[in-house]
Structure formats: C-alpha cells, structure tokens
Design a binder for this molecule. Structure first.
Ligand code: GLU
Length: 407
C-alpha cells in the first residue's frame, strides 16, 4: 500500500518539526477524493466502463496540482499517495500550489487513438466538477501525453464555454504549452544531481531504471555532460554495456523496437539486476516500490536519484541512509516537471510566452536554491535527505495553514 509509505515518511519528518494542530489535522485526509466511471464507446461498437479518479489532497498553499496516470495498476490508494507527495513536492520547490493527482485504470497501449481520445474527454467530463484553473490543475504522468492534455483542455473549454488553457499543463506548444515542459522533469533532476555531486564526490558511471519520458531525457542529459551510462531498462527488460551506451542509438532502438534490451552488443539483464549494478549513480525513473527491504542490500550505487514517485520504500530508505548512500528524494528530484507546469500556467494566465532559455534558467535557479535549502537541513538536523525535504515543505505548508486557520 503506497499511501502507507507516504504516511510513514510524514510521521518520520514530524519528529523534526513542530506543526500546528491545524496542519497535522488537515494533512491526515485528502480534501476531496473523487472516483467515477467513464463510459467509453469502443471501436467495435461495445460500451466499456473505465474507472477514473481525482484526488485533491491539500490546498493550503494554492490550487491543487498534479498529473493523471493511465496504468492498469492505478488504485485510489495509489492516487491518494501521489496526491500527498504532490503537496510536499510543490512546497519543496516553493510554487504556490497544493497537491492533487488523477488516474484511470487502463492499459492505454491496448486502446486505439480514437478510444484514447474518448476516454480522455470522458475523464475530464467526470472530473470537471473539481478541476479548474484556480481549483485543481492536472498534467501528464505515467503514460499520459501532451496530446491527451490537449483533448482534456478542449473538453473542459467546451464545458465552461470559453478557451481555458490554464486548466491543465503539459499541453502541446500550439495550445499554450510551455517550451521546455517536455523534458523539464529530467532537466530539474539533472540540475539537482549536478548540485549533489558538488557535495558528495562520486564517479561518473550511471544506470537508469525506466526509459520513459523522464528516464530517457535524464540519460541524454547526463551522457551529454560526460557521464557513462552502463545500464538501462524499461518494463520489457534491461541491458548492460560496460563501454557505455550511445544515446542516439539507444533512442533509435527504443523508438523502433519499443524496448531497450535489444541494443546490439549489450548484455540482457533483468530490472532486478539493473538495480544491483556496480555504478556510482542509480537513476530510478520507473514506478513505486523498486527498491525495497528485500533488494536494498544489493544496491551498490553511492547516489540514488528518484525521478519516479515513490521508488524507494521507507524501510529501504533507512538502510540506504545507514550505509551513507545519498538519495535525492522524489519530491525534490522530480519537481522540475511540476515547476515548469507552474511556469506554463503563469504564461497561460498572463497570455505572454517565454523563450526556452528563460524557462530553463528559471528552472535551474529554483532547483539549485531548493536543493541547497534541503541539503542545509540534511546537514544541520542530521537527517536523511527525504526527511530534510519534508521538513522544508512542512514548514511552508504549516505557515500557510496557520495564516488561514489559526485562532
Ligand atoms: N506528474 C508529474 C509529477 O508527478 C508532474 C505534475 C504536474 O506537472 O502537475 O510531478
């Protein structure tokens, strides 16, 4: 149960910060959790019902914000955890949002493009009563794309009767998307990693678990910066190449074959073996619960970067911290995505658009500042990096909650 992991992380951090009772109370439950059926007319004429969710966890600091996941394993428990993590994440990176998340139980690869459009428009019709540009702003997450955001934005605009780009982020550029949003999660993670290696001396050998949007861009950025990628995997399996993968070739193979383990000359490995590779930095860019108490003792990397949400369980966290293996936690490492989503929303509301360089420079400034703020707490309180990030975030959430509710 991933929500239990989120609760454990919160409890651990609460030992290091005094929160107002109002803050403690409001963090116990999601503000709203909507579960709804999405009827979709399939191409073969039958009607199929899909289950959709939207959770608004906490809005102390602003409208709730967070992606929508399309995956067969989506559950309300998972969406709740992800919405809670968004609350912490938006506070860590200090953007004026609370946290939310959505999902649909579906394997989108099994749908035709037209079915995917009907499902996405159906999701928005189901969630429209709680989303809105000043209430709750969705975005992409696992297996959702700018195209899906476009359909959803259009559906919302049809419902409210006006063009409403600010209701959702991660849109195509033609519809008000921000330059740089497509690779922002990876670029933010890259800036955080560059800051981390200034403080924690490690070598340049890396492995990436998960070659989706975040993982692939992260691999590219690190290779371009002189790191050597020796291990890579996706849901179909992994590959190892001691001399290092060529990014262009790897990307071509992924595009053509839909998998990375067929890279010529590389040794096929499992996802488990990838985690155990003797590398300096392990990038976790797949799903939750990748590193657990069962496999953590085999993880050799000196630094772990959580580009996915929740890839390390709390008990594995404790082991890594004891072994002095440095973690850049998800709520910081992957916050570049939502940070540029915020930039997109600002541009939409302002009706004025920035250059790609502007966006990336603003992102870099944010990542560097909040990485160092987290690192300072990590040092001064002698806690692990996740707890440090939670302490930073909870302090900000507490301040807003008190200003709103305290007698
Ligand atoms: N799904 C991404 C995340 O987990 C991005 C959310 C957003 O841009 O709102 O952070």
């Amino acid at each position: 149960m991933v929500f239990e992991n989120a609760e454990k992380q919160l409890e651990k951090a609460k030992k290091h910060i005094k929160l107002a009772s109002e803050t403690e109370e409001t963090l116990k439950l999601p503000k709203e959790a909507l579960s709804f059926a999405i009827p979709v007319r399939m191409d073969n004429g039958t009607l199929k019902l899909f289950q959709g969710f939207r959770v608004r966890y906490n809005d102390a600091r602003g409208p709730t914000k967070g992606g929508i996941r399309y995956h067969p394993n989506v559950s309300l428990d998972e969406v709740k955890a992800l919405a809670f993590w968004m609350t912490i994440k938006c506070a860590v990176i200090d953007i004026p949002y609370g946290g939310g998340k959505g999902g649909v139980i579906v394997d989108p690869h099994k749908l035709s493009k037209a079915e995917l459009e009907r499902l996405s428009r159906g999701w928005m019709r189901g969630a429209a009563r709680i989303v809105g540009p000043y209430r709750d702003i969705p975005a992409p997450d696992v297996y959702t794309t700018p195209q899906i955001m476009a359909w959803m934005m259009d559906e919302y605009s049809l419902i409210v009767g006006e063009h409403c780009p600010a209701v959702i982020t991660g849109k195509p550029i033609s519809l008000g998307g921000s330059l740089g949003r497509g690779y922002a999660t990876a670029l933010g993670g890259f800036f955080a990693t560059k800051e981390a290696v200034k403080k924690i001396k490690v070598g340049k050998k890396i492995a990436v678990q998960g070659f989706g949007n975040a993982g692939a861009h992260m691999a590219r950025l690190l290779i371009e910066d002189g790191f050597t990628l020796v291990g890579v995997s996706d849901s179909k399996g992994g590959a190892y190449l001691d001399s290092g993968f060529d990014y262009k070739k790897l990307d071509e193979i992924k595009q053509k074959e839909g998998r990375v383990d067929v890279y010529p000359g590389a040794k096929k490995i499992t996802n488990e073996e990838l985690l155990e590779l003797d590398v300096d930095i392990l990038i976790l860019a797949a799903l939750e619960n990748a590193v657990t108490k069962d496999n953590v003792s085999k993880v050799k990397a000196k630094m772990l970067v959580e580009l996915a949400n929740g890839p390390i369980t709390p008990d594995a966290d404790d082991v890594l911290h004891k072994n002095k293996q440095f973690i850049i936690p998800d709520v910081l490492a992957n916050s570049g995505g939502v940070c540029v989503s915020y930039f997109e929303w600002v541009q939409n509301l302002y009706g004025h658009y920035w250059t790609e360089d502007d966006v990336n420079q603003k992102l870099e400034a944010k990542m560097v500042k909040e990485f160092n703020a987290t690192f300072d707490i990590y040092k001064s309180k002698n806690v692990d990096m996740r707890t440090a990030a939670y302490v930073l975030a909870l302090g900000r959430i507490d301040e807003a909650t008190k200003d709103k509710m305290k007698l």
